[in-house]
Ligand binder design. Structure first.
Ligand SMILES: C[S@@+](CC[C@H](N)C(=O)[O-])C[C@H]1O[C@@H](n2cnc3c(N)ncnc32)[C@H](O)[C@@H]1O
Length: 351
């Protein structure tokens, strides 16, 4: 079983309400999704996405009791906007990302995510992806490997590891690679296993995790209704940095370089940070589920920009709604939803 991380905190940050519509971009074992469906009942709806077809199977079984209100899609969240348009699932009240891998993938999988047991060096979330970890390990040059391991693994011994790997090629299995990494940085590693950072780097590269996260965050905001919530749980500093920088930037009305006298960027805040401080698991959760120890939760609320207000105003006029209707927010949800839907469609057409 995968134990959902920061479950109570995520549901609170999403502000799950009965009748609401939510997207779980990383449905995994369905833990967070089940809680969202329970809390949004009656009338709630959930779109669950996962790049791993096995995760979708598991989530389908776990969420069977809610099958009428759940739509599960085996896709990459990098295509979030296209998925939502295809299935007509927007605007939504909340979007959750619980990044990384589930315990089911780490512990039982044959795809080589973990160096604890032997498996082919694959690491693809979806069999439809082309490049495996073995392809990278066996074809990258020494310089490219060192760069990748340093950048995505934040491994300071990358310059020692890369030549070792190149000398020992071909390398096809997890335990073979783990053994080489132990040899390469023998005696230098403290608390964590010598393979930890290089395995992280390979997994990030194979699945283009950082690029997909950046793309999905941008799309997520355009799919949120007014006051809709964006909640992201990340497990390493590279992911958290992307989420932090994205939410902080989107929470600003001006992003001109410091010292600029008059704003020329035209940027307007589309998010309001719910909590300036990152949310982390309590000691009791870490004791119960050690995998949660590196988790960081950030949450923000979609705010309507001046441009959006103007759009809403124009749309409201053209649809013959009384002017100013947009300001009433969720108090007239059906109307606001209609406006929002039209707005998102216009935005998508324009982009
Ligand atoms: C930490 S698990 C989610 C666990 C889930 N919240 C639960 O409670 O069971 C992360 C999931 O995200 C999926 N995932 C990671 N990157 C993805 C991406 N770019 N697109 C879609 N799914 C992705 C993984 O396959 C994995 O199943």
């Amino acid at each position: 079983m995968h134990i959902p991380v920061l479950l109570k905190e995520a549901i609170e940050a999403l502000d799950v309400q009965p009748g609401g519509r939510y997207i779980d971009c990383t449905v995994g074992g369905g833990g967070h999704a089940a809680a969202i469906l329970e809390q949004s009942s009656p009338g709630g709806q959930l779109l669950g996405i996962d790049a791993d077809p096995k995760a979708i199977e598991i989530a389908r079984a776990r969420l069977e009791a809610h099958s009428k209100s759940t739509l599960l899609i085996n896709e990459n969240f990098a295509n979030l906007q296209a998925i939502c348009i295809k299935y007509d699932f927007f605007p939504v009240h909340g979007i959750l990302f619980d990044l990384g891998l589930s315990s089911l993938q780490l512990n039982n999988d044959e795809r080589g995510f973990s160096f604890q047991h032997d498996a082919p060096l694959d690491m693809r979330l979806s069999p439809s992806q082309e490049v495996t970890a073995a392809d990278i390990i066996n074809t990258f040059s020494e310089t490219e490997l060192a760069h990748l391991i340093r950048t995505y693994g934040e491994e300071r011994y990358s310059h020692k590891i890369a030549p070792y790997i190149v000398q020992q090629r071909p390398i096809q299995t997890t335990l073979h690679l783990a053994h080489i990494l132990e040899q390469a940085i023998r005696g230098r590693r403290g608390r964590i296993h010598p393979a930890t950072r290089t395995f992280q780097a390979l997994r990030i590269a194979v699945n283009q995790e950082l690029e997909h996260l950046e793309a999905a965050l941008r799309q997520a905001v355009s799919l949120l209704g007014i006051n809709g919530r964006l909640v992201v749980i990340s497990y390493h500093s590279l992911e958290d940095r992307i989420v932090k920088q994205f939410t902080q930037r989107e929470a600003k009305d001006c992003i001109c370089p410091p010292g600029t006298l008059t704003c020329v960027c035209g940027h307007r805040a589309s998010l309001r940070l719910i909590s300036k401080k990152v949310i982390t698991p309590a000691p009791a959760e870490i004791q119960l589920n050690p995998r949660s120890r590196s988790a960081k939760l950030r949450a923000a609320e979609h705010v309507i920009t001046r441009n959006e207000q103007l759009f809403y105003h124009d749309i409201a006029e053209s649809l013959r709604f009384p002017a100013g209707i947009e300001a009433r927010g969720w108090r007239r949800p059906a109307l606001v939803e209609k406006l929002r839907r039209t707005f998102v469609a216009l935005q998508i057409n324009n982009s």
